[in-house]
Unconditional design. Structure first.
Length: 253
């Protein structure tokens, strides 16, 4: 672990703390608002709650690990000797990314075999993407033309497949929609591209900076991405479910 300045250390510390608050309270919102949408869309909102719940738990652990990994010494944060645990993030993604994929597919108008096939394929692809990513992330060196670059590239293949499937299915689902529902579908498609596309960029950042800044960029970058891709995405999922319920004349009992 590299020595960090007080500012660098605090930036990560504060972002992790902000993230915990976002996850916990967006989860509370999804729980309280679930019955405002029609029954057939509730599962998606339930999935959002579970996703931010799992993330909140892991961020508590990441936060604890971050605090334990450094000690303040002579005005800087130096390694305490306890390793910072990177695996929490990947364990979190292994659970939450498949759920995020499935909850969006549930809102698209998929049926029968096609639905099951796409869910299965995309879930398998997320596992492949994350295993390759983890191998690259924890391999030690930060070179583009080395271990990190190679495994990052391999991880990008299933990633491209997942994004392509989700983009297509949302496009099909919004084709016969109008007004609010259409706008919301378009927004979630954009949010998906920008947030998911941002993870591989964060992954590459340490290749272009010194080791201390690399650690900080990874932590801050993934944390911002997670807030958008989990809490923000959950809000849009809820908004789509609500707009579709309104359109179909659902009134809360
Ligand atoms: C809530 C967490 C989410 C939505 C995480 C998404 C993660 C990715 C899309 C990660 C993708 C990666 C690549 C495409 C290549 C480099 C390695 C990864 C794992 C960062």
């Amino acid at each position: 672990m590299e020595t960090l300045t007080v500012d660098q250390y605090s930036l990560v510390y504060n972002m992790l703390s902000f993230c915990i608050a976002s996850m916990v309270f967006s989860g509370l919102f999804f729980m309280l608002a679930k019955d405002r949408v029609a029954p057939q869309y509730r599962l998606s909102v339930v999935f959002s709650t579970i996703v931010v719940g799992i993330a909140a738990y892991h961020y508590f652990r990441i936060f604890g690990s971050w605090e334990a990994a450094y000690v303040l010494e002579g005005g800087n944060y130096v390694a305490s000797g306890k390793p910072f645990n990177d695996a929490y993030r990947y364990m979190d993604w292994l659970l939450t990314v498949p759920l995020l994929v499935v909850e969006l597919l549930l809102l698209c108008s998929l049926t029968g075999q096609k639905k099951e096939k796409l869910m299965f394929n995309t879930v398998v692809a997320t596992v492949a993407m994350l295993i390759a990513g983890y191998i690259g992330e924890t391999g030690g060196n930060y070179e583009l033309m080395g271990h990190r670059g190679l495994w990052g590239f391999l991880s990008t293949i299933p990633f491209a497949y997942i994004v392509w499937v989700l983009w297509n299915e949302v496009t099909i689902a919004m084709a016969d929609k109008e007004g609010n529902v259409k706008v919301l579908f378009r927004n979630i498609r954009l949010l998906l591209i920008f947030t998911w596309g941002y993870y591989p960029i964060v992954y590459m950042l340490p290749m272009f900076m010194d080791a201390g800044s690399g650690i900080v960029s990874i932590q801050v970058g993934y944390t911002i991405a997670d807030v958008a891709a989990k809490a923000g995405y959950g809000c849009l999922i809820y908004a789509i479910a609500k707009a579709k319920s309104d359109e179909e004349g659902y009134a809360m009992a």
